[in-house]
Design a protein around this ligand. Structure first.
Ligand SMILES: NC(=O)c1ccc[n+]([C@@H]2O[C@H](COP(=O)([O-])OP(=O)(O)OC[C@H]3O[C@@H](n4cnc5c(N)ncnc54)[C@H](O)[C@@H]3O)[C@@H](O)[C@H]2O)c1
Length: 345
């Protein structure tokens, strides 16, 4: 196996791993270990080329530093990508080679599942390293916890935007009824919200209609619905120069990662008086759920809910400061996180 350090000044360590017998071609990026081991999932994708994979792993690992610090976890930021098609190129040999590479980093990077990976894959990786979470029967599916974190965040943001946390009667456009989106839809329906939904998956749409009396709209129509809240729970970069001008919502709060296509899009939202709950704060429930497994800690039954409530309180403070100082919320959130990381460094 060849492990090559790449000189990337924005990150503590970035390694390129090649294992020709196992067919592995992977990158591990450790953005920061100031607050703890660099934790973040492993993604396997058929990247267009090496640069495409490198851009993804650098962006995602930085995002994990933000997310982990925003959730006040004793974790830094890291991420890994395997270059290849998970449907056709994932083999036990390849996963074991990846596990061996993780082991050489001595715990500075802790892996878990991300796109293209399953708990069973993590079990294969665990044959070669202890620095892996998301194992079968361990912390389990994070999606319900992520959804609860987004739900609590949405209530906090609603307090700032509408003067009340009460979501009764609020019209909410929900993009993506997957693992997180469907749980969120359930909570919002219970809270008395009116749901307008879109997805590429017809079965999920049918379920939302039957279970939550949701109205279904087309994939592009979701942006222009006359709603109070937009909840993007499918793809990143959906808040961009094309969509922001056509949004009619008063606030955005969703689960998807990297919602802002560019940092300028945060300012674009603010200029349109649309309150934005930063994604890396609102969607922290998933990593909160996994953190004890990653760190080998055991907590009492109230720990998870307490951490989710703390996440909502953090968002409350961020939005208060953003509205008081007229600085877009994602900038306030990044400043607060940078200060926490600097303090720990
Ligand atoms: N699962 C978690 O705990 C977690 C934690 C943090 C962040 N996230 C992020 O939240 C988002 C949703 O995660 P998930 O686990 O529910 O994923 P998922 O794959 O289960 O769900 C995504 C849903 O979006 C739908 N979709 C795909 N393209 C679409 C489009 N163009 N328009 C509308 N819908 C579309 C899919 O059909 C699917 O139903 C992702 O961006 C993920 O990275 C998830």
């Amino acid at each position: 196996m060849h492990i090559t350090d790449l000189p990337i000044s924005t990150h503590e360590r970035v390694v390129f791993i090649e294992d020709l017998p196992g067919g592995l071609s992977a990158l591990i990026a450790i953005h920061s270990t100031a607050r703890g081991p660099g934790a973040g999932g492993l993604r396997m994708r058929d990247y267009a080329d090496f640069d495409d994979a490198l851009t993804d792993v650098l962006r995602l690992s930085h995002g994990m530093t933000l997310k982990n610090a925003a959730a006040d976890l004793a974790l830094g930021g890291g991420k890994a990508v395997i270059i290849g098609n998970p449907a056709t190129q994932k083999t036990p040999e390849l996963l074991e080679a990846f596990g061996a590479a993780v082991e050489t980093l001595g715990g500075a990077y802790r892996t878990a599942e991300d796109m293209g990976m399953t708990p069973d894959d993590m079990a294969v990786i665990a044959r070669k390293t202890d620095y892996v979470a998301g194992l079968p029967g361990a912390s389990g599916d994070p999606s319900p916890i992520t959804a609860r974190g987004v739900f609590l965040s949405m209530k906090v943001a609603a307090k700032h935007r509408f003067g009340s946390e009460d979501l009764t009667g609020k019209r909410i456009a929900l993009q993506g009824l997957g693992h997180v989106g469907m749980h969120l839809a359930d909570m919002l329906h219970e809270a008395g919200a009116k749901l307008i939904v879109t997805d590429v998956n017809e079965e999920a749409l049918d379920e939302a209609v039957v279970s939550f009396n949701a109205k279904v709209v087309g994939l592009e129509e979701i942006y222009t619905q006359d709603v109070d809240i937009f909840a993007p729970c499918a793809l990143g970069a959906v808040l961009n120069e094309k969509t922001i001008p056509v949004l009619t919502c008063k606030m955005v709060c969703g689960a998807a990662n990297n919602l802002l296509a560019t940092p300028e899009d945060g300012a674009r939202l603010a200029a349109r008086d649309i309150l934005y709950a930063p994604d890396f704060v609102a969607n922290g429930g998933g990593i909160i759920n996994a953190a004890p497994e990653i760190l080998g800690e055991t907590h009492g039954p109230d720990w998870l809910e307490d951490k989710l409530q703390a996440l909502a309180s953090n968002l409350d403070a961020i939005l208060t400061q953003a509205l008081d100082t007229d600085v877009p919320p994602h900038e306030v959130a990044e400043q607060l996180v940078d200060a926490k990381v600097a303090l720990a460094a």
